[in-house]
Design a binder for this molecule. Structure first.
Ligand code: DC
Length: 224
């Protein structure tokens, strides 16, 4: 199987770019952030304070069933049988996902299913620790980044389009906070793998970014 690991900070365009590249190449796109978001959503709606009550989060895992389903090529998250895909992109769930992702037991709980998806499918898997921890032997590793301002602007535009009531300043400061949280945690922090190719999308359009990733994959494995 061909496994492409894509890591990078929030808002670098990983998911939209990886989804398009995967569709073009006929690979599976696996968004691991959605897994952390789903667990955070369950904890929040269950009244658990993620940062203050990590033991409650850990015991929640014992009666949690998380599944991924593809509907029309789009990844849907099923938590305990309910499709929660539409509820996991709010700023509250973003912050909760970053907090829950710092709990080592949560990461260990997700690791096996992430690895088995990759071993069964040609895939592009995106996250923070894919090239460093989840798939250290991935055929190709890409570290996708962009300036904090460019990333916040994209996330702000997305949220406004969805009708969320946010300011650019809040989105930027949430993003900087989340990057800091994700890259300074003790367990599997966000960092570029030694053998990852760095792609900065600050000045690239969506199509240029897609073409760049496809070229990197083509150079390594010959798929166009
Ligand atoms: O990619 P995203 O913004 O949907 O991810 C949500 C949070 O989950 C992010 O703040 C960090 C965490 N995450 C992680 O720690 N490891 C991954 N492989 C994917 C996401």
């Amino acid at each position: 199987m061909i496994n492409v690991a894509i890591d990078g900070p929030a808002g670098a365009g990983k998911s939209t770019i990886a989804r398009k590249v995967a569709a073009d190449l006929g690979y599976m796109y696996i968004d691991t952030g959605a897994m952390y978001r789903s667990l955070a959503y369950k904890a929040i709606t269950g009244g658990i304070s993620i940062s203050d009550e990590p033991m409650r989060v850990i015991s929640m895992l014992d009666d949690t069933a998380l599944d991924i389903k593809y509907i029309g090529g789009t990844q849907h998250m099923l938590c305990d049988g309910s499709d929660i895909t539409d509820y996991i992109r709010t700023p509250e769930v973003s912050a909760g996902a970053s907090a829950i992702a710092a709990i080592p037991e949560v990461r260990a709980w997700l690791l096996q299913s992430q690895r088995s998806l990759a071993s069964d499918n040609n895939c592009l898997m995106d996250g923070r620790d894919i090239g460093t921890v989840v798939l250290p032997f991935a055929n190709i590793k890409i570290f996708l980044t962009a300036s904090a301002e460019a990333r916040a602007k994209r996330r702000y535009d997305e949220l406004i389009l969805k009708g969320e009531d946010v300011t650019f300043e809040d989105v930027l400061s949430d993003m900087i906070k989340r990057d800091n949280n994700d890259s300074t945690r003790a367990c599997a922090p966000l960092k570029q793998a030694d053998d990852a190719i760095l792609v900065d999308t600050s000045d690239l359009s969506f199509d240029e970014s897609v073409a760049k990733i496809k070229n990197i994959i083509a150079d390594k494995v010959g798929d166009k």
